[in-house]
Ligand binder design. Structure first.
Ligand code: PLP
Length: 384
């Protein structure tokens, strides 16, 4: 089966007890057992629930992986994976990370005795230089937030594998539709399904996909022991979203590409970051590693906070809000939202200024989105 077919059918046969075509919401905490010592697939919903199983099997199939695990949030999925390194172990992470992941690494992992080295993810050689005998996990995100830089998954995996280092990829921005980390040599794929995977900004969730049975056992053990699982309704909503993932990602990518090309020509815009633009410094890697370039576009407005504020207030279709990956378009101001916890000097050094704006380009009609951005940019240049 190909991707769009798997999204609709994998893990979702007709319900064995009723024939229900759509996987039911098994809204139950417990399952009645036949008798003492008789094993059955479901006993208690923290450990396993049929609606969640359908989602887990579907997500694994989409990544062409063997095992999927669903979590209550992307952050819970990250925590489960990062239960693998033990005190004394070392982690090498690409430095352009989701803020919540950085917070987890620094405020939870480090105090537990795990050391972390951050490297420029654009350079596999920096990963290699940071690897040591205690390194257990290499963690990366690609494309990154908000500057849409890329990490070469295949190159990092080729350096990590002979050293026995696990490679974990946060694939939230690209999704399995655009990028398959396991096929590129990664060991673990992590998602915030809150974003593109569920796709409708109505449910928070996370997932992990792996091939190795031992890794699956370890992460599943943590899933059950810590208990950060999605409820049956959240699993069902996510599964419903997944059915249209292929359609949505194709449209997100088409709209974002068109908007990026429009913005690049605009006099009010200083720079546009989009991996699909031929002058993106890593465009060739993006074309090799991804099947299309995704729905996120970051622009550098000519001006500072005042211009950025005027821009977001003037937009009508792009909502000024946190999050990304829903069918509706959103705009965010990284300097005061997602990256507010990074000291200003560090942030500016990385290229995130008061004039940086991140667009999550939705699946609305592109002509309307372009008009909306065009009107807002006119207001910025008119100074009112
Ligand atoms: C949102 C996000 C997360 C965290 O996921 P939650 O579902 O909000 O806990 C992790 N990584 C990336 C890249 C994200 O965008």
């Amino acid at each position: 089966m190909r991707f769009s077919t798997r999204a609709i059918h994998a893990g979702q046969p007709a319900d064995p007890s009723t024939g229900a075509t759509i996987v039911p919401i098994y809204q139950t905490a417990t399952f009645t057992q036949a008798g003492i010592g008789e094993e059955q697939p479901y006993e208690y919903s923290r450990t396993a629930n049929p609606t969640r199983t359908a989602l887990e099997e579907c997500l694994a199939a989409l990544d062409e992986g063997r095992h999927g695990l669903a979590f209550a949030s992307g952050s819970a999925a990250t925590a489960a994976v990062m239960s693998l390194p033990r005190p004394g172990d070392h982690v090498v992470a690409a430095d352009d990370l989701y803020g919540g992941t950085y917070r987890y690494f620094e405020r939870v992992l480090r105090p537990q005795g795990v050391t972390i080295t951050y490297v420029d993810g654009r350079s596999p050689a920096e990963f290699e230089a940071a690897f040591g005998p205690a390194t257990r996990v290499a963690w990366l995100e690609t494309p990154t937030n908000p500057l849409l830089q890329l990490v070469d998954i295949e190159a990092v995996a080729a350096l990590a594998r002979p050293r026995g280092i696990l490679v974990a990829v946060d694939n939230t921005f690209a999704t399995s539709f655009l990028q398959k980390p396991l096929a590129l040599g990664a060991d673990i794929v992590v998602y915030s399904t809150t974003k593109y995977v569920a796709g409708h900004s109505d449910v928070v969730g996370g997932a992990v996909v792996v091939n190795d049975a031992g890794l699956h056992e370890q992460i599943k053990f943590h899933q059950n022991a810590a208990g950060a699982v999605p409820g049956p309704f959240d699993a069902w909503l996510t599964l419903r979203g997944v059915k249209t993932l292929a359609l949505r990602m194709a449209r997100h990518s088409a709209n974002a590409g068109e908007l990026a090309r429009y913005l690049r020509e605009h006099p009010q815009v200083r720079a546009v970051h989009y991996p699909g633009l031929p002058d993106h410094p890593q465009h060739a890697l993006a074309a090799r590693q991804m099947s299309d370039f995704g729905g996120m576009v970051t622009l550098q407005l000519a001006g500072g906070r005042e211009e950025a504020d005027r821009f977001v207030r003037s937009l009508r279709l792009f909502s000024y809000a946190e999050s990304l990956g829903g069918v509706e378009s959103l705009v965010c101001h990284p300097a005061t939202m997602t990256h507010a916890s990074i000291p200003a000097a560090d942030r500016e050094k990385r290229g995130i200024t008061e004039g940086t704006l991140r667009l999550s380009v939705g699946i609305e009609d592109i002509a309307d989105l372009r008009d909306d951005v065009d009107t807002a940019l006119r207001r910025v240049s008119a100074g009112a």
